[in-house]
Ligand binder design. Sequence first.
Ligand code: SAM
Length: 327
Amino acid sequence: MARAPLADAQGRLIAYLRLSVTDRCNFRCSYCSVADHDDPARLLSRAEIARLASLFGRLGVRRVRLTGGEPTLRKDLVEIARDVRRAPGIEEVALTTNAHRLAELARPLKEAGVESVNASLDTLRPERLGAVSGRGARLEQVLAGIDRAAEQGFAHLKLNTVVMGGVNEDELGDLVRFAWERDATPRFIELMPFGRGAPVPTARVKALLREQGILLEPSDRRGWGPAHHLRGVDACGRERHVGFIGAMTENFCDRCNRARLTAEGEFQACLGGEARVDLREPLRAGAPEAELERRVRGALGAKGPRHHMEGAAEGLVRLRPMMGIGG
Ligand code: SAM
């Protein structure tokens, strides 16, 4: 029987799932929060992830992003990527990573069918990376991972920078040039209230880029996500783009097309909201697919028109740690 495609309470179609494969991370970013448990049975197994990917594919999800925590900490990540790519209905698999293990994984992930990689890169200065992401974070390893990914010919390679007041505002131009030299798209993300740090509004980021020699013009480029783009020209005269994700000052909830599945198997309808439901327990208890579908549709039915992250700093909203949700 044909099923109605997934839609939320506002009628927005949900075709994009951000799937967290672990809530653990080898970095300790100041703006993010860490999981401390160590019981692997908490996490969805590879087989459970494959089953849920098939369910979501049948419900109309077309694109899955593997995220975390740090997804490359999962030893079975390549197999998970392959399973998800083969799930019926899924047309695209993407990955978000801190790139620390990407030098060894970029090629097997490409071969497993991953089309697109987002690597986090907040700074090009080793001492700053240590200060922001903890002493285990080694810049040369991150850069080697990004370079290896750039060699694989992914359809998209994006370098995500969270802009933090007093931390990395002075190197935004360098980050753009670094990305463009690797055929990658740099993207600047406004800090959301999940940890520490001073947010820098997107409008200010654009002004800083101008001051740092990056001249940009309007562009109509759009992707799957909330980023809007401006276009510029690199040192070789080629057209390039820069993405901006203004989650706080440029609300894009009206265009929301996504939901999240946590590493522990909770379906979360909105990153900054509370509509969520457990899928792991019924899955493990052998519940029929119709019951899982009922739960998913129920959570989407409770999804509000927009996130309420602005209230988090005042304690008005109880946000779950980014790690667990899959940022
Ligand atoms: N570990 C992977 C990584 O570093 O990309 C994937 C998970 S991480 C939670 C996904 C993305 O969320 C990263 O680009 C990270 O910079 C971003 N992020 C985490 N906390 C954030 C916050 N408070 N505000 C804005 N972006 C954040």
